[in-house]
Design a binder for this molecule. Structure first.
Ligand SMILES: Cc1cc2nc3c(=O)[nH]c(=O)nc-3n(C[C@H](O)[C@H](O)[C@H](O)COP(=O)(O)O)c2cc1C
Length: 133
């Protein structure tokens, strides 16, 4: 039986100031297509120069994606903060914050980024709040 893992990582964005919007649109575009093909879902945010991405999928597909991510020069200093097996997806649909997270969710995310919390549950909550705001 295929198991499901959920992980969250932080990285430092290395986007070109003038092309940042374009680069993010490209990441979302490629991710939407590739993630759908391999059954990965999750959420990506960019706050204060830090990417935070929560990913869900089979352990093998997540490992393959993490390998791609390590070679992607649009960010650096990737730190996997938490990873664990889950029974149900928290983000059944791939998404990227198009709408702005509400004040409280944004504060929670900023705090977690500063703390680099190893608690997956706290990231899950903050990301969910940001995406449903
Ligand atoms: C912050 C960030 C998040 C990304 N998230 C994903 C993702 O969820 N899925 C994905 O397929 N590619 C994602 N990418 C793009 C991959 O790093 C990579 O470019 C893509 O998988 C295509 O790989 P390839 O160019 O080796 O074919 C992300 C890139 C960045 C910088």
């Amino acid at each position: 039986m295929n198991t499901l893992d959920q992980l969250v990582y932080c990285s430092r964005a290395r986007l070109n100031q003038e092309q940042a919007d374009e680069q993010i649109a490209d990441i979302v575009h490629v991710s939407t297509f590739r993630n759908a093909r391999v059954g990965i879902t999750g959420a990506l945010t960019l706050r204060g120069g830090a990417f935070v991405q929560l990913l869900e999928g089979t352990p093998t597909e997540l490992d393959i994606l993490m390998l791609h991510l390590h070679f992607d020069e649009r960010h650096e200093d990737i730190v996997v903060l938490a990873r664990e097996q889950i029974t149900r997806r928290a983000f059944p649909i791939w998404g990227m914050t198009a709408s702005r997270p509400d004040q409280r969710a944004a504060r929670d995310l900023d705090r977690l980024i500063a703390e680099r919390s190893p608690r997956l549950e706290s990231w899950r909550q903050a990301m969910s709040a940001a995406f449903t705001a």
